[in-house]
Design a protein around this ligand. Structure first.
Ligand SMILES: *Cc1c(COP(=O)(O)O)cnc(C)c1O
Length: 394
């Protein structure tokens, strides 16, 4: 059997798969099994933050794998403690971390923290979480319920946990709050929902209002975190101090990891929460290597230059192809082009892939760009050359 047949025979069909098989990567380039080259403007959905086969990351993973991959969280794990220190330092917040393996798992921990806070601090228990329409928080039963899109709440998987509701705009949060509301959970730039940033002022007002009511602000930075928007966290860019922040995608460059950070530093006691794999030697060593690479790229101004160049290309495309794109959205290296219909979105996706460029789709008929944060000037220019060649055929 070939790979496609094997996949279809033995893997459950939960993805609408493209059957191109990639066998190698270098920087922002990928090669399939026919040796065709692609420019990667997707990073495996924002994961390969330092590109493919990054020297520092692969050497770190190889060395650590030879030494020790895993013990368990019953022992102290040196790189886990060090990664927690790094993440907290870079965030600028006074927080502690819990380590899991994915974005959904990080959000589950965030919700557990909020629920415990609501149980122990108030005479009348608080447990309700308000989220936003067009949000995405994961695929577990609880995080799917927290995701503010009706289409995700199919009866196939019901009943879902109680205590979640969603509203269609930030200023609708206020009227949705009741005496049992414990937290509001948002993305600052809705990734899956169409690369849509919220306005800084409305977010700052929300943060202030929630603080005054002792309602927690959970910011899901699974996609926006780790320099994706240009700053270490989008929360830094928005100049807010959330109570809980979750990270995952770009943090370990492709090794599964999830982090839940909170200023409620004493919230958990032994037994409250756990994860077998979470924060093991391999993933946290990888996370340390990624942060070392990205911090130096940020400090040298290299990330800022890439943000500028990428943004200029996106602006240019928007101006030159008004019939294909209604406008551009996003922040940093998390950018989108809005198309007028799902048909145009589909046509752009297939034409670009054909041309040797990988981009992503997102909600609101958006073409989404999440390139490696280490992408070179040449790779950016070549990628947009291919993009323009592809769309000029439409
Ligand atoms: C991808 C994503 C998740 C889910 O992460 P998984 O690792 O797939 O569980 C949650 N929230 C946001 C904002 C995401 O982009």
């Amino acid at each position: 059997m070939n790979i496609e047949q094997l996949d279809k025979e033995f893997v459950l069909s939960s993805y609408a798969r493209n059957y191109t098989s990639f066998v190698e990567g270098k920087g922002a380039k990928l090669y399939d099994d026919t040796a065709k080259e692609y420019i990667d403007f997707a990073s495996g959905i924002g994961v390969s933050s330092v590109g493919h086969a990054n020297k520092k990351l692969t050497a770190t993973i190889c060395e650590q794998a030879k030494q020790l991959i895993h013990v368990s969280n019953l022992q102290v794990i040196e790189p886990q403690a060090k990664l927690a220190e790094q993440v907290v330092k870079l965030s600028g917040y006074d927080m502690r971390c819990f380590f899991g393996n994915s974005g959904a798992e990080a959000n589950e921990a965030a919700i557990k923290i909020a629920r415990k806070y609501g149980e122990i601090n108030f005479h009348k228990k608080r447990y309700k979480v308000i989220t936003l329409e067009h949000s995405f928080h994961g695929r577990t039963i609880t995080t799917v319920k927290a995701t503010g899109q009706e289409s995700f709440h199919t009866p196939n998987f019901s009943p879902y946990p109680d205590g979640f509701s969603f509203v269609d705009r930030i200023d609708a949060v206020y009227s949705a709050i009741d005496e049992e509301t414990v937290a509001v959970m948002i993305e600052l730039v809705q990734g899956e929902g169409g690369v849509q940033p919220f306005q800084m002022k409305e977010i700052q007002e929300l943060a202030k209002n929630l603080k005054s009511r002792e309602i927690l602000l959970i910011v899901d930075e699974v996609q926006t975190g780790v320099y994706r928007t240009g700053e270490f966290l989008a929360s830094n860019l928005y100049e807010i101090e959330p109570d809980i922040i979750t990270l995952a995608k770009g943090l370990a460059g492709g090794v599964p990891i999830g982090v839940t950070m909170t200023s409620l530093k004493e919230i958990f006691e032994p037994g409250d929460h756990g994860s077998t794999f979470g924060g093991n030697y391999l993933s946290t060593k990888a996370g340390l290597a990624v942060l070392e690479v990205l911090k130096s790229e940020k400090d040298s101004g290299a990330i800022r230059k890439r943000v500028e160049l990428f943004g200029e290309h996106i602006e240019g495309i928007t101006k030159r192809y008004p019939e294909l794109f209604l406008g551009n959205v996003g922040l940093g290296l998390m950018l989108g082009l809005r198309t007028p219909s799902s048909q145009v979105q589909k046509d752009v996706l297939s034409a670009t892939f054909q041309e040797g460029l990988i981009v992503l789709k997102a909600g609101r008929n958006t073409i989404r760009f999440l390139p490696p944060l280490t992408i070179t000037k040449e790779e950016i220019n070549e990628g947009f050359k291919r993009f323009e060649k592809a769309i000029s055929t439409l």
